[in-house]
Design a protein around this ligand. Structure first.
Ligand code: FAD
Length: 349
């Protein structure tokens, strides 16, 4: 088989790149390791255009936002499912934070993304003496469904194999990449945190982050917004909620821990007082770089090897824009990648 691109990994990064390659009329074949837990399966899929700690816009959000709306709408059509759910985030404010919220609304030009007025709390199950700030351009993307439906489509088209790619079997020549019975013009690695084992990318400074989430069922609490205060509590239908997430830079195992469960419950107890049942706990590893920017591009020494990775904790926002940019770059429609994401930043002396 001869294709334009071999894509390694079908998490969010791989799926978004595949979508762009489809639109560009390129051929590809995908390998995905079924034994490795995807970050994309664990992620809450929240789109939050604001960095609460500093009350600034999230990096590049004015550019990312229109593209993400476009991409998820296209994917909803292609995959014939609903994926994108606009839903407000209500941030429980501490003492003095209401003034900070209103000041930064003006100073940082946040009017497209948040409300300036502070809401008073209407729920008996939430403790919030100083009111709540409202983000009204936030959303949730059903990543699990996106990946599942994309996988089914690829399977139907016989364009995916469920196996781990063994790099010892990869042959690079001047005019092609060969892996077993498939030859391609280029190979693009979208491996998530497993990239750390990839010999082509040992120069990239990764700083992956483990995250854990709980799925809970509340006794009576029911709402249609994401509650935020050091944790998020995101509705997933009736009284079912996703509670997350932890950040751990040291323990990068995929096992769930009692420590993370305790931490999430403890943080929740500070703002929430309904009883609930824990249904499930999951762990995943966010593929993150040292500067928290994605890492994208063609290897400066191996011109048939590329990477689309480093989506960190904001894959749902960053992914659509940079998948489009990378595909345009691969197709020769643009000269360069954004300098802050370009892989070559790790190779400059
Ligand atoms: C707890 C948690 C909560 C999160 N919440 C959010 C959120 O609310 N909003 C948000 O935007 N982001 C969130 N994220 C981050 C988000 O999950 C990531 O940005 C995104 O999913 C990364 O996608 P990826 O495709 O790069 O990696 P992955 O989803 O991990 O996919 C990588 C794929 O590559 C495959 N692979 C690797 N090596 C090989 C190989 N050699 N051969 C074949 N296949 C291979 C793997 O099997 C896997 O399928 C969260 C992450 C975690 C862990």
């Amino acid at each position: 088989m001869k294709v334009d691109y071999l894509i390694i990994g079908q998490g969010l990064a791989g799926s978004l790149l595949i979508h762009e390659l489809n639109k560009a009329g390129k051929s590809y074949f995908v390998f995905d390791n079924p034994d490795l837990k995807k970050a994309s399966d664990v992620a809450a899929g929240i789109i939050n255009p604001v960095v609460f700690r500093r009350m600034t816009k999230s990096w590049l959000i004015d550019e990312l936002y229109p593209q993400l709306l476009k991409t998820y709408a296209e994917l909803e059509t292609v995959l014939a499912v609903k994926l994108f759910y606009p839903i407000p985030i209500k941030k429980v404010l501490g003492e003095g934070e209401a003034d900070f919220w209103q000041k930064k609304y003006v100073d940082n030009g946040l009017h497209n993304y948040i409300q300036s007025n502070i809401e008073s709390n209407q729920s008996q199950y939430i403790s919030s003496s100083f009111g709540m700030g409202l983000v009204d351009k936030s959303a949730r993307v059903d990543l699990k469904l996106l990946i599942e439906k994309m996988k089914n489509l690829l399977q139907k088209q016989a364009r995916i194999r469920f196996e781990k790619v063994n790099l010892l079997d990869l042959k690079l020549t001047n005019d092609q990449v060969r892996y077993h019975d498939i030859s391609a013009d280029k190979i693009i690695f979208c491996e998530g945190h497993a990239v750390s084992d990839n010999p082509y990318f040992q120069d990239i400074k990764f700083k992956h982050t483990k995250g854990e989430v709980l799925r809970i069922k509340t006794e009576r609490y029911s709402c249609n917004f994401i509650l935020n205060k050091a944790i998020f509590l995101m509705p997933e239908g009736r009284q079912f909620y996703r509670l997350g997430a932890t950040y751990d830079w040291d323990n990068l195992s995929l096992e769930t821990t009692q420590q993370a469960k305790d931490e999430l419950q403890e943080k929740l107890s500070k703002v929430f007082n309904d009883r609930y049942q824990i249904l499930d706990q999951q762990a995943g590893i966010r593929p993150t770089t040292h500067d928290r920017r994605p890492v994208i591009g063609i290897h400066p020494k191996y011109n048939r090897v590329g990477i689309f990775n480093g989506l960190g904790s904001k894959g749902t926002m960053l992914g659509p824009y940079f998948a489009k940019q990378f595909c345009d770059y691969l197709c020769g429609k643009t000269d360069g990648l954004h300098p802050e994401v370009d892989l070559v930043r790790y190779f400059r002396k």
